[in-house]
Design a protein around this ligand. Structure first.
Ligand code: PLP
Length: 430
């Protein structure tokens, strides 16, 4: 127990009472004490097609024997090009270039650097600032925590990049228990105009937001909000990056939130569900003209963009990703959340309205959150998460918000179990 310094974990508490998962299949995790636990968060918002998919395991094994590794710097392999070509079938129309990374955090760093490289390449060196948003999570590297808006992730790590932040869009007073996108709050996008004027749009390289914030507590964009951000970015010649590490790959009922909400950003960051969580891989999907501008600005024969990873387009990760895409297509998983199961998810979660201690329920596609508030004001999220685990269900707590992002293969009986578990805990505790 001592040797593994666990990430984002209360190490002392965990090691005093460990929760060890031995294996997983479908919707289920199996613990070392012989229990079957419903995976209501799809791992960490990544196991979109459910656990233990044979097709992915076979693809990984075959690729490991065919080509386990070869450098992505100045050498190529077929599967990297094949995977990039396959991926852009799912992206918005003008985003057809793929920069591979190993994680969501690295995808964010790469997108921020691509934004700067693009501004430089077209002679706009003065555009060096970024705009993020309060409560945003963009991973844990220095660029990501700079544009991110979660205090605990930022404090103690400064000074950070030159960044300003939009207000978040969580508004329980006006929008509590909204079904789907909240109606109130589009005016919060107007703050972008203020920030752009305050800093001067000529100093801003890009705006980055999650279409739906995940790790910040499942915060939905008010109706019309994302379109407004797009309009303002276009008007002021500022790039718009959507961090779709969570919202991609069917979570909201389409391949990407960009497609579902019909707003085309200049770049999309992706990871997690891109390989069904099996092998680490991230990507930045880039608008063609951005990539062309950077590449064409380089001298003939010289490297154009001084950036990349040893494991960019790792062959085994690409094989896992291709098999994942096959499963998504064969089983119609990318659209599943916008159909009947998404409706059932919404009505079931909202049946918790009125249970003790619950102050909000929010949902979209197959993402959801139930927000608690203890009468004495104490923080209860981690206690509820622990009670859920004891009752056979794995969830994420963000403060007092319990977040759900189950595998897209979920059936009604699993949804019933989620709701029953949470309502029994609410009645027990409050
Ligand atoms: N961006 C968003 C929106 C995320 O939700 C996450 C992880 O949850 C990340 C970036 C970071 O991804 P990773 O943990 O793969 O570095």
């Amino acid at each position: 127990m001592d040797h593994f310094w666990m990430p984002f974990t209360a190490n002392r508490a965990f090691k005093a009472a460990p929760r060890i998962i031995e294996r997983a299949e479908g919707m289920w995790l199996y613990s070392d004490d012989g229990r079957k636990i419903l995976d209501a968060t799809g791992g960490l918002w990544c196991v979109n097609a459910g656990h233990g998919r044979q097709k992915i395991a076979d693809a990984i094994a075959q690729q490991a024997m065919k080509l386990d590794y070869s450098s992505p710097f100045n050498l190529g392999h077929d599967i990297g090009f094949e995977f990039a070509e396959r991926l852009v079938k799912y992206t918005p129309e003008n985003l057809n270039r793929v920069f591979f990374t190993n994680s969501g955090s690295e995808a964010v760093e790469s997108a921020l650097k691509i934004a700067l490289a693009y501004q430089n390449a077209r002679g706009k060196k003065g555009k060096y600032r970024f705009i993020g948003r309060e409560k945003a999570y963009h991973g844990v590297n220095f660029g990501g925590i700079s544009v991110g808006g979660l205090t605990y992730n930022r404090k103690g790590f400064g000074p950070l990049l030159p960044v300003d932040h939009l207000p978040h869009t969580l508004d329980l007073k006006r929008n509590a228990f909204s079904k789907g996108l909240p109606e109130q709050g589009i005016e919060r996008a107007d703050e972008l105009e203020n920030l752009l004027q305050f800093h001067d749009p000529d100093s801003i390289a890009a705006v980055i937001v999650e279409p739906v914030s995940g790790a910040g507590g499942v915060i939905l964009p008010p109706i019309g909000y994302l379109k407004k951000l797009r309009e303002l970015c276009t008007k002021h010649d500022v790039l718009l990056i959507f961090d779709e590490v969570i919202t991609g790959w069917g979570r909201l009922g389409a391949s990407f939130a960009s497609n579902r909400f019909e707003v085309e950003p200049d770049m999309i960051t992706s990871a997690k569900g891109i390989t069904n969580g099996t092998v680490p891989l991230g990507a930045v999907f880039v608008r063609d003209e951005i990539c062309d501008t950077v590449i064409n600005a380089g001298a003939e024969g010289a490297i154009e963009f001084f950036h990349g990873y040893t494991y960019s387009a790792h062959p085994i990760a690409c094989a896992a990703g291709l098999a994942t895409m096959d499963i998504y297509d064969e089983e119609g998983l990318l659209e599943r959340a916008s159909g009947e199961i998404g409706d059932y998810w919404q009505s079931s979660l909202h049946s918790l309205n009125g249970e003790p201690g619950i102050v909000d329920v929010r949902n979209y596609g197959l993402i959801g959150a139930v927000q608690f508030a203890a009468p004495d004001g104490s923080l209860v999220g981690s206690k509820i998460m622990q009670r859920c685990y004891e009752k056979g269900m794995s969830v994420r707590a963000v403060g007092d918000i319990i977040a759900f992002s189950p595998p897209l293969t979920i059936e009604k009986a699993h949804i019933d179990q989620i709701v029953e578990t949470l309502s029994s805990i609410a009645r027990e505790m409050f």
